[in-house]
Design a binder for this molecule. Structure first.
Ligand code: CFM
Length: 550
């Protein structure tokens, strides 16, 4: 299939028909299940949107885009931290393929400061350990790591076989901590199969970092207006751009979970006065738990998109309520926007009216719609790989979510206020006043209320469905990951990787927005893709013969 498209025509696609066409290919039972995960959007009063089925098991046999719980824990949440030694307990492939592929960057404060990110540490489990147990080898690995690096902290990440054979990584962590006082050693039961996707791994990571790291160090950073950013992982240097901006504004970024981060920053994060949440899916648990235990309020921000960045900086300034800060933030926005606007207008003149689709993880399919809108492009279809209903419909539905066996599998911590260190950061009256200005504490609006009616929302998109979308909508750009990239491009549609950024970035903040506009301009206006001829156009069927006994 190669998609032929006329530029700038009306969309003229009935989303319901597309949904029916998708479902027609499935056996009845599969079609019934998928029907609940494919929803035509409607937005009614009170941000009410249709219910979508999400965070449930992928049907066996379907080519999903999802990853595993280990990926969500080790790769996503802890991966970007530079000075926690991270040991993958398992076969070498799990450690190797989660090593640097996400393009999270880091910048140690000086040449003498530790940075373990360039290392892939694994116990390299073999048959012998599968049969006789791997705890001995794990202890040896920890010993070696301590001798080599003298780290402050070590995380042990469990892969599937660890759970299957019953190695107790937590007992090993306790034993080794006794042997090496001063090194914080903690294990994660993040076996790949622990959940229906990497989302389970986020939750497991949040829990352990909260119980074993946050609150270990009562050392507030120097500076005014101290806050943490949760759910920003410094892909392609995004966190560097955000740090540049918050520095200019005179804010004190205490810690980022976990882009460009250090152990001590996590350990003392409870001393900051505000948490702002970028990626709601991966870290909302931490925001909630820190609020309950330490009294730190949180609200959602978005640094993807120039207007969204400006809005987020304004919200943070309003929260601290200092006139000087508010003025500085306005000045930074003015200066930065002056550089953004001419590029945006120029790119918009070539991109307006073109169509985008976004199928990414658990938050970017929402955030990046901002950037497309800024250059006049429409998002006609979007979905998450592993978002939950609250990521789609907004946090207001959390109470209605049916807890199934897979969710119950993951521990939900009971968190209470810390006797000494709980401290409300704002009085009730101040919170009310800020709410009136539009700050929604402890809330996330979700993706669907911010999307146009009739856009097609698809959870856990698969290969067959992506093909139907391409044929019917003929989008000008399709955003997804490396597993989708070449299939889509062979059909003549440019694919922008929104996980790794295709070796580019940053895309956050004002400079990031400029990078993104330019790149999308190059992609959607390139003649290259109309010249692509997929191999199957010439010979639609593969022919082959077995070499048998020759
Ligand atoms: Fe959050 Fe992320 Fe994402 Fe995510 Fe991911 Fe990612 Fe993602 Mo890939 S934490 S949910 S588990 S924003 S690695 S940096 S790009 S799928 S949309």
């Amino acid at each position: 299939m190669t998609v032929k498209r006329d530029t700038d025509r009306e969309i003229g696609v009935d989303p319901l028909e597309v949904k029916e066409e998708i479902l027609r290919r499935y056996p009845a039972k599969v079609a019934r299940r998928r029907a609940k995960q494919i929803v035509v959007n409607r937005v009614e009063a009170g941000e009410q949107v249709p219910e979508i089925h999400a965070n449930t098991r992928t049907i066996p046999g379907i080519l999903t885009m999802r990853g595993c719980a280990y990926a969500g824990c080790k790769g996503v949440v802890l991966g970007p931290t530079r000075d926690i030694v991270q040991i993958t307990h398992g076969p070498i492939g799990c450690g190797f393929y989660s090593w640097l592929t996400r393009r999270n960057q880091t910048r140690p404060r000086g040449p003498e400061q530790p940075n373990y990110m360039p290392y892939a540490l694994s116990t390299d489990m073999q048959e012998e350990e599968i049969i006789f147990g791997g705890e001995k080898k794990l202890k040896k690995a920890i010993e070696e790591a301590i001798e080599l690096f003298h780290p402050k902290a070590i995380g042990i990440f469990s892969t599937c076989p660890v759970g299957l054979i019953g190695d107790d990584v937590h007992a090993v962590a306790r034993e080794m901590e006794e042997r090496y006082p001063g090194v914080n050693i903690f294990g994660f039961s993040c076996e790949g199969y622990k959940g229906v996707s990497q989302s389970a791994g986020h939750h497991i990571a949040n829990n352990k970092v909260f119980t074993d790291v946050v609150g270990q160090l009562d050392a507030p950073k120097e500076g005014q207006f101290r806050f943490n950013i949760l759910g920003e992982y410094n892909i392609g240097g995004d966190a560097f751009e955000i740090e540049r901006l918050t520095d200019q504004c005179g804010l004190t970024l205490h810690s980022t979970f976990s882009g460009n981060s250090e152990y001590d920053e996590f350990a003392s994060a409870h001393t900051a006065d505000l948490n702002v949440v970028m990626c709601h899916r991966s870290i909302n648990y931490m925001a909630e738990m820190m609020e309950k235990r330490y009294g730190i309020p949180w609200f959602k921000v978005n640094f993807i998109g120039a207007d969204a960045t400006a809005k987020s900086l304004r919200k943070i300034a309003a929260y601290f309520g200092d006139e000087g800060l508010i003025e500085r933030v306005e000045q930074v926005i003015r200066e930065e926007m002056a550089a953004v606007e001419p590029v945006r207008e120029d790119v918009r003149s070539r991109c307006a009216g073109k169509l985008a689709m976004l199928f990414v993880g658990g938050s970017r399919a929402h955030h990046y719609q901002e950037l497309f809108a800024e250059i006049g492009m429409k998002t006609v279809s979007a979905g998450y790989e592993f978002g939950h209903r609250d990521d789609y419909e907004g946090r207001k539905v959390i109470g209605e979510i049916v807890i199934d066996a897979d969710t119950r599998n993951i521990e939900e911590l009971t968190v209470t206020a810390d006797g000494e260190r709980y401290k409300p950061r704002k009085s009730g009256g101040e919170v009310e006043r800020l709410r009136d200005t539009g700050i929604r504490f402890g809330d996330y609006v979700g993706m669907m209320p911010e999307m146009a009616a009739d856009s097609l929302i698809i959870d856990d998109l698969n290969h067959h469905e992506a093909e139907v979308l391409m044929e019917r909508y003929k989008p000008h750009v399709f955003c997804a990951g490396i597993k989708e990239k070449y299939v889509i491009q062979k059909a003549g549609i440019p694919l922008k990787q929104l996980h790794s950024y295709d070796y580019s970035g940053p895309y956050a903040g004002f400079r990031g927005a400029v990078n993104f506009y330019r790149e999308i301009d190059r992609l959607v206006n390139s003649k290259l893709f109309s010249l692509v001829k997929a191999p199957w156009q010439e010979s639609p069927e593969l022919a082959g013969s077995y070499a048998w006994n020759t």
